[in-house]
Design a protein around this ligand. Structure first.
Ligand code: PMP
Length: 360
């Protein structure tokens, strides 16, 4: 029950153990093509361009930096914790002139502050972390998309801890790039960097004045590969992780069989159930209000006098693995429970039971 890697469906794991096909075998080409098509339905981005690349979520973030940033571009990074800091550092490496707005711990950056900054600066691009996995804070992605459109700025959503769990309507909300990784709510073991880019983002990339300075990330090498697989043609740039992509195809099938709306509702219901139980034990959370609290994980303060390491150990003895704190300033004060992907009432009940036993 950590916030990724999560538990995976047995039928997804079966794909991981199958004999590995050639990357140009017709059956694999079909799987890759279907995975690309289904990503548009999961991201709710019918005209977006999906990319599936071997790597982790950080690589998906890096692809944005490599392809959309040119030295001297003004970028606004709106941060709610650890992963916002990572994005600022990453974009700086590509020569971006980064303005960094950091929220108070457990809060979001006020939308008026974001708007004032967008209005005052000549920004090309804005990033925000939809759910910061260090704090469990949820940013209003719809509102951020609206602001980005109003000021004609490319919007980048770090959805590593939100895609396929939190509501995201990429195209309707006008978000240009939504990046994630396989190991969280997408429901596939670690190893895939996933993103969908809008037509606007692809056009900004196409009209670059300088070449992309990162070889492995360069969309000019990956776009023909995505297009070939989608057209069910063999192609090669760098060997794809065959089993992971077949596992992705299976997981996306399961996600779409549930339906995106039903999935968003289930995540919300189970998150509320978990937090109801924590509250009834007298515990409180890092996010300062329910409105800005994630549905994919909860960041809960330890009760006074409880030693974190000892508590996590005792929860483990009760058969449930949860995570400690991540935010350096608060690391020893809270624990994190992921509730995403195939999470069910039974997972929540057993986790709550283990936490209660550990506290006793
Ligand atoms: N962004 C967020 C919000 C994350 O939670 C994570 C991983 N926990 C990352 C980015 C980085 O992803 P990865 O570890 O897969 O590189």
């Amino acid at each position: 029950m950590i916030p990724g890697p999560i538990e995976f469906d047995p039928s997804v794991m079966e794909k991981m153990g199958q004999p590995t096909l050639s990357h140009v075998a017709p059956a694999f080409i079909e799987s890759f093509g279907r995975a690309i098509e289904m990503m548009r339905d999961v991201w709710l981005a019918p005209s977006g361009q999906p990319f599936i690349v071997a790597g982790s979520g950080t690589l998906a973030m890096d692809m944005v930096g490599a392809n959309l940033i040119e030295a001297g571009d003004n970028v606004l990074v709106v941060s709610t914790g650890y992963f916002g800091e990572r994005y600022a550092e990453l974009l700086t490496r590509y020569g971006a002139n980064v303005t960094f707005l950091q929220s108070e711990v457990g809060d979001v950056v006020p939308y008026e502050t974001v708007e004032a900054e967008l209005a005052s600066g000549n920004y090309k691009l804005m990033t925000f972390t939809h759910v910061d996995t260090s704090t469990g804070v949820l940013v209003d992605a719809k509102k951020m998309g609206e602001l980005a459109q109003k000021y004609n700025v490319l919007s980048i959503l770090d959805g590593v801890c939100s895609v396929a769990g939190e509501e995201i309507r990429q195209e309707e909300w006008g978000i240009d790039v939504v990046v994630t990784a396989s190991q969280k709510a997408v429901g596939v073991p670690p190893g895939l960097a996933l993103l969908v880019a809008s037509e606007k983002a692809m056009n900004v990339w196409k009209s670059r004045k300088t070449p992309v300075g990162n070889y492995y990330c360069d969309w000019s090498l990956w776009l023909p590969i995505m297009q070939a697989y989608e057209a069910r043609n063999p192609s090669y740039f760098a060997t794809p992780p065959v089993n992971l992509i077949q596992a992705l195809e299976r997981s996306l099938e399961l996600i779409l069989a549930e339906g995106m709306d039903a999935r968003f509702v289930r995540h919300k219901r189970l998150a509320q159930k978990f937090r109801y139980e924590m509250r009834s034990l007298g515990l409180s959370f890092i996010p300062t209000s329910e409105e800005i609290t994630a549905n994919t994980l909860s960041a809960t303060y330890y009760p006074e006098g409880v030693n974190g390491g000892e508590f996590l150990g005792k929860v483990g003895e009760n058969g449930v693995v949860i995570a400690g704190g991540l935010l350096p300033s608060h690391k020893t004060q809270y624990f994190r429970v992921g509730h995403m992907g195939i999470v069910s009432d039974e997972h929540i009940d057993r986790t709550v039971g283990a936490i209660k036993n550990a506290l006793k």
